[in-house]
Design a protein around this ligand. Structure first.
Ligand code: TLP
Length: 357
């Protein structure tokens, strides 16, 4: 049973846990549920769901792309993009701690028959020179390098933002060498809010961009892939093949439209809460992190100085009513979101003081 708890955003009911495991854990707000209940729907496999169509147009416009297509998850969005850009046997250059390489069940090998060429980045950010070194020579012994995958913000890089100049350099290199670029923009909204750089400005340096509605934006599900009309046509075909063609999906697309209209600017609040959390943790003896490196809503802390494992800290914090995630033997991850208030952060810090301090 939890010892501490905080207030919910919509009316002061006490919550059992402050959940900092991920920004995927949010509950749809009452207004979002209302938008979902009132959505006009149709069969999206026939292209007849007006709400899905409206969402797709909205996201294509926000990203400055010809078209966008609605899919159930960020994983499917990334995997469809990889499938649509490549042939079996191709090489895909990707950063070693990226989501599509580590956390998508080996999908790229299983579904697209490609292999990854790993490049080490700094907090997930790669240099164009490292990518250049990873491109295979044109020789029949080698796989064909076809695609470069970027992630902005970078999950395991503690929500780091890709500097736009680095994205531009990588995109120019890719064009010069005949490669395509896919951007995993599951949290591109966070990058845009943190920097003031518009999503379409980032998206211009990628041939395809996947974005999620179910992370910081707080929708219950849904992601989109955007790109050229020809590319999205290919994705459409593979979406059916992968089993992602949905029917009256407007019910959930409505949550996405609501989230884009109401929950983007407020991400700033999540970033401020993450910063506060990082500053509070820095002052504790057992925690090692640099708050300057917390640019958005993800805080990664090394707790090796406590002499305990991350799993032990996770259990001890649960006793204090705070849920966190172990992302390594001595690493924990904390993510701020729509259902976490500044008051919750202070309560969480109180718990950490007892557990780490
Ligand atoms: N990330 C989840 C977990 O899978 C780790 C999380 O809690 O952070 N790209 C990035 C950068 C992501 O962080 C995630 C989800 C995805 C893609 C996949 O999205 P979903 O969960 O919708 O398949």
């Amino acid at each position: 049973m939890s010892e501490q708890c905080g207030n919910t955003r919509d009316g002061g009911t006490m919550k059992e846990f402050i959940d900092l495991r991920s920004d995927t854990v949010t509950q749809p707000t009452p207004a979002m549920r209302e938008a979902m209940a009132g959505a006009k729907v149709g069969d999206d496999v026939f292209g007849e769901d007006p709400t899905v169509n409206a969402l797709q147009e909205k996201v294509a416009t926000l990203l400055g792309k010809e078209e966008a297509i609605f899919v159930p998850t960020g994983t499917m969005a990334n995997q469809l993009s990889i499938k649509s850009h490549t042939q079996p046997g191709d090489d895909v250059i990707i950063e070693a701690s990226s989501h599509a390489y580590n956390f998508e069940g080996g999908g790229a090998g299983a579904l697209s028959g490609v292999q990854f060429y790993l490049v080490n980045g700094v907090r997930g950010i790669m240099e164009s020179s490292s990518i250049e070194g990873a491109i295979r020579p044109l020789d029949h012994h080698f796989p064909v390098t076809k695609l470069v995958c970027l992630e902005n913000t970078h999950n395991r890089g503690s929500g780091s933002v890709y500097p736009i100049e680095k994205m531009r350099d990588i995109y120019e290199l890719a064009r010069h060498r005949g490669l395509r670029v896919h951007l995993d923009g599951a949290r591109l909204w966070n990058a845009a809010v943190a920097t003031g750089i518009k999503p379409h400005e980032y998206a211009q340096y990628a041939d395809s961009v996947s974005v999620c509605l179910s992370k910081g934006l707080g929708a219950p599900m849904g992601s989109l892939v955007s790109g050229s009309k020809t590319f999205i046509d290919r994705v459409h075909r593979f979406r059916k093949m992968f089993g992602g063609g949905m029917r009256q999906a407007g019910i959930v697309a409505a949550a996405g439209i609501y989230a884009l209209d109401h929950h983007v600017n407020r991400l700033q609040e999540d970033h401020q809460n993450a910063k506060r959390l990082a500053m509070g943790l820095r002052d504790l003896k057992g925690a090692s992190l640099n708050p300057d490196q917390v640019e958005t809503n993800i805080v990664i802390v090394d707790i090796s100085q406590t002499g305990k494992t991350a799993s032990q800290i996770v259990e001890a914090m649960k006793e204090k009513g705070v849920l966190i995630l172990a992302t390594g033997k001595t690493l924990i991850r904390l993510v701020t979101h729509l259902d976490v208030t500044l008051e919750d952060i202070e309560i969480a810090l109180k718990g950490f003081r007892k557990v780490l301090g």
